[in-house]
Design a protein around this ligand. Structure first.
Ligand code: FES
Ligand SMILES: [Fe+2]
Length: 421
């Protein structure tokens, strides 16, 4: 089958979806075409629950942040009753973007164009002089669904968001809650614009095939045997795998003693809110993502009484992954900007009472993931360049890329559902 790949040609999207060979990478237009980019926003980002921020980022009443998802702009704000709310950042007068800063603090939400003024609860409070019969109550901000799962904020632009997220929230909460995200503060937040389609960013994150060669800092603590089954473990990774098994056995003991869940739940496709969560051991001292594996912050999170707790790692389709450690939490969110551009936002959270320079050193805290993100940025930019060549042909996934395959299956099923409701 010949597929139209030119950027100005209309793609037959349904045919394109069907052209993917199971077990192989996606055909080129999925990474390069403007039509697919728009389809992704509509079919995936506007229909799913997407991770956008953490509660500590809007800790006080009136704190807000804005973010762009394709053509959408969303305000996430803590209202006067301390509830987290989300609104479309579109004025109900003549449509102006209302808040233009990435974050800040407001009493009311005031449109800069003609000063229509909304409460943080979305109600239109003032609209200057209006014609008789003008009913302010009809012109409140349009709501966006938002919910906090143990301090992680997810929004859904859908009128009816996927209902299965209730089940996901219930199952991940016991893993997240011990790290007490609501009791943390943002130590650092770094944005990276990666020169790649958002799916290449997510696919790259779903395998560690490239870790050994690509991430010297990460593999100080992240076992390079990740993703391999015992049968397929390459000989040179056997020592790392042996260390992993020993560390896992000890971690399970520590978790059982404290009633902390650690079992793997892996449902990366076959449902709308697809996810994976597991507490896994870290190499070295086994405490944190640092060069020697020791904790980066002296203040452990919540009521945790031991530093050597590995990482609770979670992945949530379509756009986020997380690592919760004994001493800090690091969150990652990916948002599409263009067919070949994606924003990757990384946030490091430490105990709210931890003092920089006393309890933690910022460079030590951020070093591993800053380097890793940069390395990943280079890798996915190269992948983007490669899939843009007419010579690109989707190749087969290796067994240790099964999460990538599941991500693509999930993505295609969301798109298929959208195209044939
Ligand atoms: S467009 Fe916002 S007040 Fe006029
Ligand atoms: Fe990577």
């Amino acid at each position: 089958m010949t597929l139209v790949t030119g950027p100005t040609d209309m793609l037959d999207l349904a045919r394109l979806v069907d052209s993917r060979i199971p077990g192989r990478a996606l055909p080129a237009p999925f990474y390069t075409s403007r039509e697919v980019h728009e389809l992704d926003v509509a079919a995936v980002f506007a229909t799913s629950w997407i991770f956008v921020a953490t509660e500590p980022e809007i800790g006080e009443a009136g704190d807000y942040l804005t973010l762009d998802v394709g053509p959408y702009s969303i305000i996430v704000v803590r209202d006067d009753d301390e509830q987290v709310r989300a609104w479309h950042n579109v004025c109900r007068h003549r449509g102006s973007r209302i808040l233009t800063e990435p974050s800040g603090s407001v009493g009311n939400i005031v449109c800069g164009y003609h000063q229509w003024t909304y409460g943080t609860d979305g109600r239109l409070l003032h609209a200057g002089t209006q014609a008789p019969g003008f009913d302010r109550s009809c012109f409140g901000l349009k709501p966006v669904h938002v919910r906090s799962v143990s301090g992680l904020l997810f929004v859904s632009l859908a009128e009816q968001p996927p209902a299965d997220f209730d089940d996901v929230a219930a199952r991940i909460t016991p893993y997240l809650e011990p790290h007490r995200i609501r009791g943390t503060k943002v130590a650092a937040q770094h944005d990276l614009v990666e020169h790649a389609n958002w799916k290449l960013v997510m696919e790259n994150n779903r395998e560690c095939y490239h870790c050994e060669g690509g991430h010297p800092e990460l593999t100080c603590t992240f076992f390079p045997s990740y993703g391999y089954t015992p049968e397929e473990m390459p000989r040179h990774l056997q020592p790392a795998y042996a260390r992993y098994l020993a560390a896992e056995a000890e971690l399970e003991r520590t978790c059982r003693e404290r009633g902390l869940p650690y079992e793997k739940i892996e449902e990366l496709s076959g449902r709308a809110s697809a996810f994976r969560i597991q507490r896994e051991a870290l190499d070295g001292a086994g405490e944190s993502f640092t060069r020697d594996g020791r904790a980066a912050s002296r203040r452990l999170l919540g009521d945790l009484d031991v530093a050597r707790l590995g990482r609770t790692s979670m992945h949530h389709q379509p756009n986020s992954w997380f690592h919760l450690l004994s001493d800090h939490v690091v969150t990652f969110t990916v948002l599409p900007i263009a067919p070949d551009r994606a924003l990757v936002r990384t946030t490091w959270l430490v105990h709210a009472d931890a003092v920089e320079g006393v309890d933690y050193d910022l460079d030590t805290l951020t070093e591993v993931w800053d380097h890793t993100n940069e390395q990943d940025g280079t890798l996915v930019a190269r992948a983007q360049a490669g899939v843009s060549s007419p010579a690109y042909e989707p190749g087969p996934y290796a067994p240790n890329e099964s999460h990538v395959d599941a991500f693509c299956d999930w993505y295609l099923s969301r798109v298929r559902e959208y195209l044939q409701p």
